[in-house]
Design a protein around this ligand. Structure first.
Ligand code: ATP
Ligand code: MG
Length: 675
């Protein structure tokens, strides 16, 4: 029987935290792991106790797999914990949000101002008939009002569901109906790459497809009303769509006239806080349910410890709020910690490819949290852009979203962090709600490409095909100092954690089948992972994407990392395509850096490079030079579509595909190659 996932890549570089960092770190005692894992429930209760509760819980955890309930009997309000409880002292005047619009307009909002604005919006929602338990759908650009509206929903106990502002009318329509949302909040438009995305117009199309649950549409002015912009950019009217006096309500008519007092609704710990759809990398997106007490507890804890957050930090998580990363690390986690968060509306190449670095320089960002896809893009553009800016305010860097290839990690560490900033590679999912596998920057020596260890209190393990836990024995040997050979397999979570999803909205069967059927009592992540000699976790990509080549199970991550290791390659995606003899053959789609020229000789060289780096078994049969790779709108590579292309099938669910033209171009290219 082949090994569940073969381990090929051998990355040996290691970066222990510097003495200066350890000195000032929020957490530097490695004993925290044994302490937390000795009694995880008590550990999490300690963190829950750091929140304000209207009524304390009577039972910390009720666990009937797959159903977990945390802090039962407890009552609290998420908005109170993220806003009101910070007021009354010096934090009232602290900046909560520092925002930059794409055209260059900026705003700063203090915690005190945030409270007033959240109350006005909460009162507006009430005037529009929204009450506790009513679902509100948010389809907005990255503007402060998006965070404010989420907090306003939380304040009155109305669960929110944010739909990323790049989604189509059909995706919006589907989500509104899945949730039976009562109110839609949108904007006339938002700025993206120098253009206005006409959100209201797209929302009109969604409503025209039939959204009977929607009673009102609240529309804020972002792009189309003169005076909104500060840089004199013309403000076209088309962005407002068609005004329907029956249901459309202008933000400017409703919100400013509301009183700035609105009580926080005491919510049960297990009351719904939000529903959010997954990225759709592996199939049709799932509506993931998150509740209040456990979620808030864990985002509070992880923000504080993973990012070593300090009172004076300026925290920038570059994710759009439309993804879970934005929920947990733009809004709820940092704000529960009374942090100053940066929000930026547009793309990193507008007006020039140095925009991110300008934002960091201008606002003195100290903690930056972004995605490998962005880092690989910055590498492709070159160091000249970050080198133009003063990045000396940075003290910690994070990544999330995909496995980070060691070369990208090193580039981030050197070119952005100037070797001074720890890099935390954080693994988690929409379903997990918060970061689960990550270095503790003051304790754990990092290795490029490894997410290192489960956060204190989190139980993670690796299973083989036969349902055996291959990690327990391995960890035992690591602890005994034996440095056992790496093992690979399926990543599972062995015990409940506070921020875990409570289900797929309206579909308990799919919830059970997707996460709980394969390994009874354990949560199946759908990701492959390996454990190395030191007991570090390395994420290997989706198990659906694992390639079976001549009896060897090979992960996409390791082959892609070997390709990106070559100086000509900026980005790579590999898949297994059907092959008569080997079962599957490896097809690699690569983006070549502008400093190199694609040629037959280069593709041959790349094949040999992979074979030399990780072994002849992983030598790709095909190397296809591509201009772009198909990605979800959150920037993740959609390998399943590449498989569809390579095997000549009709494409699967493409609703979350960022740019359909990319797949069409690859199809042509692949067919040319075949003929
Ligand atoms: P869908 O579930 O619809 O296929 P998705 O899994 O891409 O979409 P998300 O919840 O946004 O949706 O992404 C979570 C996934 O992202 C993880 O399961 C993992 O595959 C990947 N991921 C996130 N962070 C990391 C990381 N640090 N290292 C490796 N992979 C990561
Ligand atoms: Mg997923």
């Amino acid at each position: 029987m082949p090994e569940t996932i073969q381990v090929l890549l051998d990355e040996t570089r290691s970066f222990p935290p510097s003495a200066e960092f350890v000195e000032q770190a929020n957490l530097s005692d490695p004993g925290i792991y044994d302490h937390a894992n000795g009694d995880p429930v008590a550990f999490w209760e300690g963190w829950a106790g750091a929140l304000d509760w209207v009524e304390r819980w009577h039972t910390a955890l009720e666990w009937n797999p797959p159903n977990a309930k945390w802090f039962l009997g407890g009552k609290l309000n998420a908005c109170h914990n993220c806003v009101d409880r910070h007021l009354g002292g010096p934090r009232s005047a602290k900046r909560a949000i520092v925002w930059e619009g794409e055209p260059g307009d900026t705003r700063e909002i203090t915690y005190h101002e945030l409270r007033d604005e959240v109350c006005r919006v909460a009162n507006s929602l009430k005037e529009l008939g929204v009450g506790k338990g009513d679902r509100v759908c948010l389809y907005m650009p990255m503007v402060p009002e998006l965070a404010i509206t989420m907090l306003a929903c939380a304040r009155i106990g109305a669960p929110h569901s944010v739909v990323f502002g790049g989604f189509s009318a059909e995706s919006l329509w589907e989500r509104i109906n899945d949730l039976q949302a009562k109110l839609l909040v949108t904007a006339d438009g938002g700025w993206r790459r120098g253009h206005i995305v006409p959100l209201k117009h797209i929302a009109d199309q969604a409503l025209a497809m039939g959204c009977p649950s929607i009673e009102k549409v609240l529309v804020m002015n972002r792009a189309g009303v003169p005076g909104t912009l500060t840089n004199g950019v013309p403000t076209p009217d088309y962005a407002t769509g068609v005004w329907n006096e029956q249901i459309d309500v202008r933000w400017s008519d409703l919100v400013p006239r509301q009183p700035k007092e609105c009580p926080c609704e005491p919510m049960d710990s297990e009351d719904l806080l939000f529903v959010l759809y997954t990225s759709g990398s592996t199939g049709k997106p799932k509506g993931i349910v998150h509740t209040t007490g456990g979620y808030l507890t864990q985002v509070l804890a992880t923000t504080k410890w993973v990012f070593d957050l300090k009172e004076q930090d300026v925290f920038w998580c570059t994710a759009d709020i439309g993804w879970v990363t934005g929920h947990s690390y733009v809004v709820y986690g940092p704000m529960a910690n009374a942090s100053t968060v940066v929000m930026y509306e547009g793309t990193p190449d507008t007006p020039d490819k140095d925009r991110f670095w300008r934002v960091i320089e201008r606002h003195k960002v100290s903690v930056l949290y972004t995605a490998p896809t962005a880092i690989r893009t910055f590498m492709k553009w070159g160091a000249e852009y970050p080198d133009r800016c003063d990045l000396s305010s940075l003290r910690l860097l994070g990544t999330v979203g995909e496995p980070i290839n060691p070369e990208a990690w090193i580039w981030y560490h050197e070119t952005i962090g100037k070797r001074q900033c720890p890099v935390v590679d954080t693994w988690w999912q929409t379903e997990t709600g918060a970061i689960l596998i990550t270095p503790m920057p003051g304790i754990v020596a990092t290795k490029p490409g490894s997410a290192t260890r489960p956060f204190p209190g989190i139980g993670a393990a690796i299973m083989d095909d036969g349902g055996h836990d291959v990690s327990a024995d391995h960890i035992g040997r690591v602890r005994a100092g034996l440095r056992p050979a790496p093992v690979g397999g399926f990543l599972v979570l062995t015990r409940p954690w506070p921020a875990m999803t409570r289900g797929i909205y309206g579909d308990p069967q799919r919830f059970f089948d997707t996460y709980w059927a394969r390994f009874p009592g354990r949560y199946f992540t759908g990701d492959g992972a390996k454990l190395d000699e030191d007991g570090y976790f390395w994420l290997l990509g989706r198990v659906d994407d694992v390639m079976l080549v001549a009896g060897h199970n090979i992960s996409t991550m390791e082959v892609e990392s070997a390709l990106v290791d070559h100086p000509a390659v900026a980005e790579a995606a590999v898949i297994g395509r059907a092959h008569e003899i080997k079962g599957q053959a490896i097809a690699a789609f690569v983006i070549i850096r502008s400093s190199h020229v694609a040629s037959e000789a280069l593709t041959e060289e790349l094949k040999s490079h992979v074979a030399a780096k990780i072994g002849p078994i992983a030598r790709p049969d095909d190397v296809i030079v591509a201009a772009e790779l198909p990605k979800t709108r959150s920037g993740k590579i959609m390998r399943r579509l590449l498989r569809d292309v390579a095997e000549g099938r009709a494409l699967g669910d493409t609703t979350t595909l960022a740019d359909p033209a990319v797949v069409a171009a690859l199809k042509d290219k692949y067919e040319d190659k075949e003929s």
